[in-house]
Write a protein that binds this ligand. Structure first.
Ligand SMILES: [Zn+2]
Length: 313
């Protein structure tokens, strides 16, 4: 035994150093006739979840599979592919990336390794940011927060830019790409899958999960959700949290507009963001149990404050 231990430690150490590890299978939940969602845990990336915590979706069209947000690492992408193969042997023909945050798209690597001909769509500003180094920043961030579990993942960026006004026919089915401006970030697209009336919101909405706003816009996020509501989807897939109906859009919109309106009022009364916080926290009673609220509320109030202040000039 004594001689085995150092060898074993060495193997463990090398595994940690040179590569991450496979992610366990999560079930693909059927949400409509042709659509599935793999619901990730409602957590931040950590060593236990190995960075996997978003909601990859896939749609089986007559001619192939369309994937939405294949996850946070090459291992998440491989796990998504394993779930797809349990449902169909059709090839992946397209991928949508909802926005720049790496937990949603670093899985591109696995998809493009298995299906080099698949088109990967992303917003033009997302591609710009990746070219400026943001992709590598996300690789490093995921690797740090998971303590090396995503190691081996590399940047595979979208090869086809969209601006958010496209009506695409893919595999014989129809997809509307929606972007009206800054929202959760400057790079978001929502995807409306028309055959089954499914809206994939990216991080413009969380369900039972508060999400960060990162160089985004409260006003833009609220308006983007309104476009989603007006589209009357039958199924709504949030960036994080369970799939449901249109109430997901309304609940998240109410969260954002409660903050935005309270901050606008406080701003008129010359209150500091710090002074506004207790009142706003009280007004958000319905969201007190949502993970992320404690971490994000202070930042959300400051961001809404800056947005309102800059709108005054
Ligand atoms: Zn995000």
């Amino acid at each position: 035994m004594k001689t085995l231990l150092p060898a074993l430690l060495c193997i463990l150490f090398n595994t940690q150093l040179f590569a991450g590890t496979a992610i366990r299978d999560y079930p693909a939940d059927k949400i409509s006739k042709h659509s599935y969602v793999i619901h990730g845990p409602k957590e931040l990336p950590n060593p236990v979840n190995q960075g996997f915590m978003n909601n990859p979706g896939f749609i089986i069209t007559p001619k192939g599979v369309v994937v939405i947000d294949p996850g946070s690492s090459v291992y998440a992408g491989e796990m998504v592919l394993r779930q797809i193969r349990k449902k169909t042997d059709k090839p992946v023909i397209a991928v949508f990336n909802s926005h720049i945050h790496g937990d949603h798209w670093l899985g591109n690597q696995a998809i493009s390794a298995a299906y080099p001909d698949a088109t990967i769509y992303g917003h033009v500003k997302m591609i710009e940011m990746i070219n400026q180094g943001e992709g590598q920043t996300w690789i490093d961030r995921m690797n740090t927060t998971t303590e090396g579990a995503t190691k081996g993942t590399r940047v595979v960026e979208p090869d086809t830019a969209v601006i958010g006004k496209e009506e695409l026919t893919i595999g014989g089915h129809h997809f509307e790409v929606i972007h009206i401006g800054k929202a959760h970030t400057a790079t978001d697209i929502m995807i409306l899958y028309k055959e089954d009336k499914v809206l994939f919101t990216g991080d413009n909405a969380g369900n039972d999960r508060i999400l960060r706003i990162d160089h985004g816009s409260f006003k833009g996020n609220i308006e983007t959700l309104q476009v989603g509501i007006d589209a009357k989807p039958e199924h709504v897939v949030p960036g994080h949290g369970k799939t449901g109906g249109i109430e997901i859009l309304k609940n998240y919109q109410t969260y954002l507009s409660t903050i935005y309106q309270a901050v606008a009022k406080g701003y008129d009364e010359d209150l500091s963001d710090f002074e506004m916080k207790p009142q706003i926290y009280k007004a958000l009673k319905a969201y007190h149990s949502w993970p992320g609220l404690e971490d994000e509320l202070g930042k959300h109030i400051s961001e809404a404050y800056l947005e309102i202040e800059s709108a005054e000039f």
